[in-house]
Design a protein around this ligand. Structure first.
Ligand SMILES: [Zn+2]
Ligand SMILES: [Zn+2]
Length: 545
């Protein structure tokens, strides 16, 4: 392919949106705007904490406009799932052909085309996911990392890097400011702000609407899937012509197929996990290795009757359809949608009001701005809270805050959170949209337990097909590490919470220390394998399952 051929393609990001003017800023936005503007031309890391709907994106636009006027560029990083046509359109409406979009779904040809436009300076507003961090921009004015708390910024395959942290490094090299923004910043970033390493910017007011009123429903006092409060609020919102968003962060129809006589559940033959029951067609699936098999009627051990237990999103869909037969429901999860296009089509249908209710897993919580959504319901907030992971509360808080924050962007909104743990801090503070309250309590807890951000942490994972070899390797490495470990605490070895995955046994070690340098030096001594056992290092792990 020659350059001329590439030239002739219409840039895919230029979605021919009608041009829009910049909106007037509120006094609060104005203050935040000015602070960053004063730093243009120097490296200053900012953390922008703005409540949901506080007009963060408008600020990106206006900073971008100023950058362009100064002959410089704007780079905006955003999580994969939040990079929707709607989001792209908002940028092209302001910047027209100056916008280039980079994401993992581009063909090689499209990618090349966008890179050329960027390198030649024809597109100076670059919008993209993780890998856009390496866009060949000359003269960067500002880097923004939107939804900075999102786990997708961390690349899970080697090389394991966190785009959010690398964005700060690139800004330093370019000598420009970087803005990490979120309604629910990660505790690490917020702690950096408290320590004075980042400059904190805050937006506390919602624009063009008020924060939704939120009710927590104690499900220990209720029967069935939906409480009366949930049902009545949803009904009212729909009758008033609003749209609704319903979250249950669990795929499938039910998480277990269990014997009613002996209590044995059907497990994956390759992983240490129960199989999830899916409907239409009925199948048992492993969400980790992809194994699937047809459901059993009778228990293979005692011939007892098998029953589905617990609730997954497909069951919620079934129940909603029986309660509201005329309701137009769209489901958004990995089983209902295959790929970016399907995801985008559902959002399009929602925007065009062809859908009354959007039901989904955590996918629905990400960055969508739909003013007609007046009700948000969380079927069960507890999913994820019980995971043996020190970030479980933080993740749940972020998810609940983000999804509840989708209600009432265009007026008054209402949200209902159903839970068996109505006094859990993650639930209580999310209901109040009180980030600071949550952070204060969670930091206290992390400090007491010596978890990040009060320490640096790494996980060493050992995997192999022979259990005793894996265990042996873990013990041997643990011993070696302890010899040289000065100022680094070594916890374990122990069997990982997910003890077997894809037919590989898993053991792990957790390393913890005050000095990141020492920790890295110690990790550098590790081999990649011990015999047939694979040794993997995860610095700053997002999870330890
Ligand atoms: Zn049985
Ligand atoms: Zn499996």
């Amino acid at each position: 392919m020659t350059l001329e051929e590439v030239e002739e393609e219409i840039p895919l990001s230029f979605a021919l949106a009608p041009r829009e003017d910049h909106l007037p800023l509120t006094p609060e936005q104005e203050r935040v705007y000015d602070k960053v503007v004063k730093s243009l031309g120097t490296f200053v890391p900012f953390l922008l904490h703005g409540v949901t709907g506080s007009g963060k994106t408008e600020l990106y636009f206006q900073w971008g406009k100023l950058c362009l006027e100064q002959g410089k560029g704007l780079l905006v990083l955003i999580p994969e799932i939040s990079l929707t046509p709607q989001y792209i359109r908002r940028f092209t409406a302001r910047f027209g052909q100056e916008v280039a979009v980079l994401h993992s779904g581009l063909t090689a040809r499209e990618r090349l085309q966008e890179w050329l436009r960027i390198r030649e300076g024809r597109a100076r507003v670059v919008l993209g996911t993780r890998s856009a961090l390496f866009a060949p921009m000359d003269g960067l004015g500002l880097i923004v990392v939107d939804e900075e708390h999102d786990t997708s910024f961390k690349q899970e395959e080697s090389p394991r890097y966190n785009a959010r942290d690398l964005a700060v490094v690139r800004a330093q090299m370019e000598g420009c400011p970087v803005v990490l923004a979120s309604a629910t910043p990660s505790l690490e970033s917020y702690y950096n702000a408290l320590q004075g390493r980042y400059t904190l910017l805050e937006l506390r007011e919602r624009i063009g609407g008020t924060l939704p009123s939120v009710e927590i429903v104690d499900m220990t006092q209720e029967k069935g899937l939906f409480s009366r409060t949930f049902f009545e609020s949803l009904k009212r919102a729909l009758e008033a012509g609003g749209q609704a968003l319903v979250l249950l962060n669990r795929r499938g129809y039910a998480p277990f197929l269990m014997c009613s006589a002996c209590g044995e559940a059907v497990r994956c033959p390759n992983c240490d996990i129960t199989l999830t029951f899916h409907r239409d067609p009925p199948v048992l699936k492993c969400h980790y290795c992809g194994h699937h098999q047809s459901p059993l009627d009778r228990c293979p051990w005692c011939q007892g009757e098998m029953r589905v237990l617990g609730v997954g999103i497909q069951r919620v869909e079934e129940e909603l359809k029986s309660l509201f037969p005329d309701l137009k429901v769209a489901r958004m999860d990995r089983d209902a949608l295959s790929g970016r296009k399907a995801h985008w089509e559902v959002l399009q249908a929602l925007e065009e009001r062809e859908v009354d209710l959007l039901l989904g897993t955590q996918m629905v919580a990400k960055g969508h701005h739909y003013p007609a959504i007046s009700f948000v319901g969380v079927v069960l907030a507890d999913v994820g809270l019980h995971l043996p992971d020190f970030r479980a509360a933080e993740r749940t808080f972020q998810l609940l805050t983000q999804v509840v924050g989708r209600a009432g962007r265009g007026g008054q909104g209402q949200a209902v959170i159903q839970t068996y743990m109505p006094s859990h801090p993650a639930v209580v503070y999310a209901a109040r949209q009180d980030f600071l309250g949550f952070v204060e309590e969670e930091l206290e807890r992390r400090k007491a337990l010596g978890y990040p951000p009060f320490s640096h942490m790494a996980r060493v994972l050992f995997t192999g097909t022979r259990k005793e070899k894996v265990e042996e390797a873990a013990w041997k490495i643990a011993e070696d590490l302890r010899q040289g470990a000065k100022g680094v605490e070594i916890l374990g070895p122990a069997s990982a919470p997910l003890a077997r995955l894809k037919n590989r046994f898993r053991w792990h070690l957790i390393l913890r220390g005050q000095s990141r340098k020492r920790l890295l030096a110690l990790l550098a001594t590790l081999p990649q394998r011990v015999g047939s056992v694979k040794v993997q290092i995860d610095m700053d792990p997002y999870g330890v399952l």
